[in-house]
Design a protein around this ligand. Structure first.
Ligand SMILES: Nc1ncnc2c1ncn2[C@@H]1O[C@H](COP(=O)(O)OP(=O)(O)O)[C@@H](O)[C@H]1O
Ligand SMILES: [Mg+2]
Length: 225
């Protein structure tokens, strides 16, 4: 099955009920993404980019259509299997970093491994290794408020990679960063993608960010154009 795409979407739909009206956030997306691909997702605000990433990452469930990732039909997984899927196969990076403010950088990176039941010594070792790899070896005991935006996103990047995902989903990861810092984050993501043969979907408005991708997908009105 080496030829099966890492991500295969078939007429994928997500409809939100808003009072008496319906919002077709995804209105039938069909898309194949090969393993190791680096894809940028662009399009106006409200076009369904975040919805697409959230469905692929198992953060939300489709209304209809096919959603296969790494050979599994994600829409059919029960809650436990979906949680395991999110943990083991997916890494997430968000615009607002989404770090736990009461935890140090090291604890934030260790956090996903707690759920994955990685032994404590191994958690420490791996979190330190990844924080060093993203250039934060001397910041492991800092809390998010004691770090710059770029440093916080580096922590988030380390956290996204800690369970050795196959797929990394980044939703406007440079949206809160200046262009120089954003470029550093993208360089880290591109390196992780190459080294880990990761399949990456990155949502962005910034052509400089999209330039890291091999392919750009344009979304409009819940569809890929
Ligand atoms: N939880 C939700 N409930 C209702 N409508 C939503 C929800 N999430 C997104 N939407 C709507 O779905 C559409 C697509 O949203 P989104 O995927 O966030 O777009 P983008 O990320 O491209 O800006 C928008 O019209 C948005 O208002
Ligand atoms: Mg969005």
């Amino acid at each position: 099955m080496a030829s099966e795409p890492m991500i295969a979407l078939r007429d994928l739909r997500k409809t939100y009920q808003m009072g008496r009206s319906q919002v077709h956030a995804l209105a039938g997306v069909t898309l194949d993404v090969l393993e190791g691909a680096f894809i940028a997702v662009m399009g106006p605000s409200g076009s369904g980019k975040s919805t697409l990433l959230n469905l692929v990452g198992g953060l939300d469930r489709p209304t209809a259509g096919g959603l296969r990732v790494a050979g599994r039909e994600i829409g059919e997984l029960d809650e436990n299997a979906l949680a395991a899927y999110r943990q083991r196969l997916c890494g997430f990076v968000f615009q607002s970093f989404n770090l736990v403010s009461t935890m140090t950088a090291l604890q934030n990176v260790e956090f996903p491994m707690v759920f994955a039941r990685v032994p404590r010594a191994e958690r420490h070792r791996r979190a330190r290794y990844l924080l060093t790899a993203v250039g934060l070896g001397d910041r492991v005991d800092h809390k998010p408020t004691e770090l710059s935006g770029g440093e916080q996103q580096r922590v988030a990047m380390a956290r996204a990679l800690v369970n050795t995902p196959r797929v990394v989903l980044a939703d406007e990861p440079t949206g809160n960063l200046d262009s120089h810092t954003g470029a550093e984050i993208m360089a880290l993501l591109a390196r992780a993608q190459r080294e880990g043969n990761l399949t990456v979907l990155v949502v962005t408005h910034d052509p400089a960010v999209a330039a890291y991708a091999q392919q750009v997908i344009q979304m409009r009105d819940g569809m890929v154009h």
